[in-house]
Design a protein around this ligand. Structure first.
Ligand SMILES: *[C@@H]1O[C@H](CO)[C@@H](O)[C@H](O)[C@H]1NC(C)=O
Length: 238
C-alpha cells in the first residue's frame, strides 16, 4: 500500500511535468518550436547536438552595412542545413552608411537570398540600437521609416518575400515614431528578455519570432516561433 501511493504520487508528478507527452491528458499546452540565432561570436556550433536538443530553426548573421560579412556564415549555414534545421540569415542594418536598397542587395548577394524549398526562412533585417553611435543612426523618424521601406521593398522585389523585421519595442518606438506601416507585410521578430513579449510596436498584433534570451542551453540567442511546426514550415515555403 505504501509503495502504491508513492507510485501514484510519482505518476502524478510525471504527468504534471510533461503534459505535452501525455496523450489524452487534460492539460496539453502548445510546444512552440525553438530556435537560436548566431553570429561570428559563435564560430563553432555543434549543430547536430543543437538539433538533438530539440531546436528546429536558426537565424545566422550574414552581413552588416555594406562592408561586413560574418566570416563563419558559410560553415554555420552549411552546418545548420546538414543537421536538418530550418534556417535563414539576417542583416544588421546600418542606416547611417548607405541606402536601404544598397544594403538589401548586398545582403542578398552574400547569403541573404530566399528560395521556396521549405527549409529557408525569409531574410531578416536586424534594426536596433546603434552599437557605434547615435541610437537612431542620426536619422529622423521619417527618414528611418523610408530607409526601412527601401530595404524591405528591394528585398521583396528580388526574392518575392518581405523581410522579417527584428527589433525591440523601445527602439522602434523611439526611432520610427512607432510607425505602423510594416505589420501587414513583414513578420515581426521581437527581442525581449522577459517572461512575456510585452507591448509590441505599432502595426503588429502578434510576433512571429521572439528572441527571449541572449544565452541558454544552446549557443547564441534563444528564440521561439509563435506557432507550430507546420506554421514554421509554411513560412519557409512561402
Ligand atoms: C505604439 O503603438 C501601439 C499600437 O498602437 C501602442 O499599443 C503603444 O502604446 C504605442 N507605443 C507608444 C510608446 O506610444
Amino acid at each position: 500500500m505504501k509503495w502504491l501511493s508513492i507510485l501514484s504520487l510519482l505518476s502524478v508528478a510525471i504527468v504534471t511535468a510533461t503534459p505535452i507527452e501525455s496523450e489524452g491528458a487534460a492539460l496539453v499546452r502548445r510546444a512552440d518550436p525553438t530556435g537560436i540565432d548566431v553570429s561570428s561570436y559563435q564560430p563553432n556550433v555543434n549543430w547536430a547536438s543543437v538539433k538533438a536538443s530539440g531546436v528546429s530553426f536558426a537565424y545566422i548573421k550574414a552581413t552588416e552595412g555594406t562592408g561586413y560579412q560574418n566570416p563563419s556564415f558559410s560553415s554555420q549555414y552549411t552546418g545548420a542545413t546538414n543537421a536538418g534545421l530550418i534556417r535563414g540569415s539576417y542583416h544588421f542594418a546600418r542606416p547611417d552608411v548607405s541606402s536601404g536598397a544598397t544594403q538589401a542587395n548586398y545582403f542578398i548577394a552574400h547569403g541573404g537570398g530566399w528560395s521556396a524549398d521549405g527549409i529557408t526562412l525569409p531574410g531578416a533585417l536586424d534594426i536596433e540600437y546603434n552599437p557605434y553611435g547615435a541610437t537612431c543612426y542620426g536619422l529622423s523618424a521619417a527618414s528611418m521609416v523610408s530607409w526601412i521601406h527601401d530595404f524591405a521593398n528591394t528585398y521583396h522585389s528580388s526574392t518575392g518575400r518581405y523581410p522579417v523585421i527584428y527589433t525591440t519595442t523601445d527602439w522602434w518606438t523611439t526611432c520610427t515614431g512607432n510607425n505602423s506601416g510594416f505589420g501587414s507585410t513583414s513578420p515581426l521578430w521581437i527581442a525581449r528578455y522577459a517572461s512575456t513579449v510585452g507591448t509590441l510596436p505599432a502595426g503588429w498584433s502578434y510576433e512571429t519570432f521572439w528572441q527571449y534570451a541572449d544565452s541558454g542551453a544552446n549557443p547564441g540567442d534563444q528564440d521561439y516561433f509563435n506557432g507550430d511546426a507546420a506554421g514554421l514550415k509554411k513560412i519557409a515555403t512561402g
